[in-house]
Design a protein around this ligand. Sequence first.
Ligand SMILES: CC(C)(COP(=O)(O)OP(=O)(O)OC[C@H]1O[C@@H](n2cnc3c(N)ncnc32)[C@H](O)[C@@H]1OP(=O)(O)O)[C@@H](O)C(=O)NCCC(=O)NCCS
Length: 156
Amino acid sequence: MTELRYRRLELRDLADIERIERRSYPTPWSRSMFASEIAKPSSICLGAFEAASGELLAYLIISRYVDAWHVMNVAVEPAYRRRGIASALLDRLFELTADDGRRGYTLEVRISNTHAIALYERLGFQGRGIRRGYYTDNREDALIMWKDPVREAAHG
Ligand SMILES: CC(C)(COP(=O)(O)OP(=O)(O)OC[C@H]1O[C@@H](n2cnc3c(N)ncnc32)[C@H](O)[C@@H]1OP(=O)(O)O)[C@@H](O)C(=O)NCCC(=O)NCCS
């Protein structure tokens, strides 16, 4: 079992982020998109690192909007998938934002990305709509998913 450490992403992580990003998406984000998220006070950029080696294994980027936290990007090094790392990162995000009882969580996911949809459903997200032709590379539809604020949900 790989022991993980979590910390905020920094500019020195950009090369490792890019390596995972390119293996994860048909149209990867550029380095400058990550750099701009890391610089934004309204974003939380978290990395999961292998404790022993310090190697970056996964990351999560979320942005604070008026009414919700928007999950912008989550990706795991292919060799380390199906070990609960994305779930652990999202759980840390819910902990970090638990005091924010006003904001829920939202994201868009490709309708064909059944793995990611299964992950989000397990963590309490529900499909609430479709954005037609949202992805410009192949005009694929996006499923819009929402999860209620953690504190509000915990209090029923
Ligand atoms: C989607 C992704 C982030 C999942 O990361 P992960 O660390 O493997 O996810 P977890 O191990 O926490 O998976 C939790 C649950 O999600 C579901 N799930 C995740 N990957 C799955 C897969 N390949 N097939 C079926 N179900 C899957 C399962 O229910 C899984 O629980 P289980 O392993 O006990 O069955 C990873 O596959 C990835 O980086 N994909 C490429 C980038 C991407 O598509 N990101 C999402 C964009 S919106």
